[in-house]
Design a protein around this ligand. Structure first.
Ligand SMILES: Nc1nc2c(ncn2[C@@H]2O[C@H](COP(=O)(O)OP(=O)(O)OP(=O)(O)O)[C@@H](O)[C@H]2O)c(=O)[nH]1
Ligand SMILES: [Mg+2]
Length: 195
């Protein structure tokens, strides 16, 4: 798929505010700082479209970016960083859970994980929650420019082994580097097949 047009549509504090059209959402979630916003910029070829920061917790709202006037890329706040307030039970904020579990626009979710790290407990809990709720998702390994080809392969294999302990069938998995543009064609083709 070619991205011919990418524009910011809106930021929503809650799911009642997301666009009320029938375009479908492809969303990115993952730990704060994993590279969700950077990946949106890389895929759209628009550097400043989604706000990137070296400080975790940059994205706080549900951000819709309209692609080719036909679907949305959605940038979500990260989990695992901001201290959870008393009113927010559990480790995933209400805004994330509402969007992922209740928003009807949500068509497919990519869980981004840092390719350099061993499987993180919080990501595994999030993935388990998706499985229990039948949410369609795939995994994208980010920041692969920081690894050699061998290290990257080992990292993906390690993730597969960990997930195999719980899952009979593994989710789709893709690799990316927003720095180098790696994975762009594969991710866009995958999204095209989803839509
Ligand atoms: N080397 C490298 N750095 C990256 C890559 N993607 C993101 N980064 C860096 O990682 C940091 C976080 O990137 P963001 O895209 O803001 O991460 P995020 O997941 O949107 O973070 P929150 O909005 O805080 O949840 C920034 O300093 C980016 O420059 C990548 O592919 N390679
Ligand atoms: Mg972000």
């Amino acid at each position: 798929m070619q991205v011919t047009k990418a524009e910011f549509k809106c930021s929503s504090e809650k799911i009642s505010q997301v666009p009320k059209d029938d375009l479908r959402d492809i969303a990115f979630i993952g730990r704060s700082n994993v590279g969700k916003s950077s990946l949106i910029n890389m895929l759209t070829g628009r550097k400043g479209l989604a706000k990137v920061s070296a400080t975790p917790g940059k994205t706080r709202l549900i951000n819709h970016f309209c692609i080719n006037n036909t679907w949305y890329l959605v940038d979500l706040p990260g989990y695992g960083y901001a201290r959870v307030s008393k009113s927010q039970r559990g480790e995933f904020s209400k805004i994330i859970l509402d969007y992922v579990l209740k928003c009807e626009k949500m068509h497919f979710l990519f869980v981004l994980v840092d390719s350099r790290l061993e499987p993180q407990a919080i990501d595994l809990r999030f993935i388990e929650m998706l499985g229990e709720n039948g949410i369609p998702f795939g995994i994208i390994f980010t920041k692969t420019d920081k690894l050699s080809a061998t290290q990257r392969k080992k990292s993906v294999e390690r993730y597969c082994r960990t997930l195999s302990e719980q899952w009979e069938e593994l989710p789709p998995m893709l690799c990316s580097s927003s720095e180098k543009g790696t994975g762009r064609d594969e991710i866009l083709s995958f999204i095209e097949s989803c839509l």
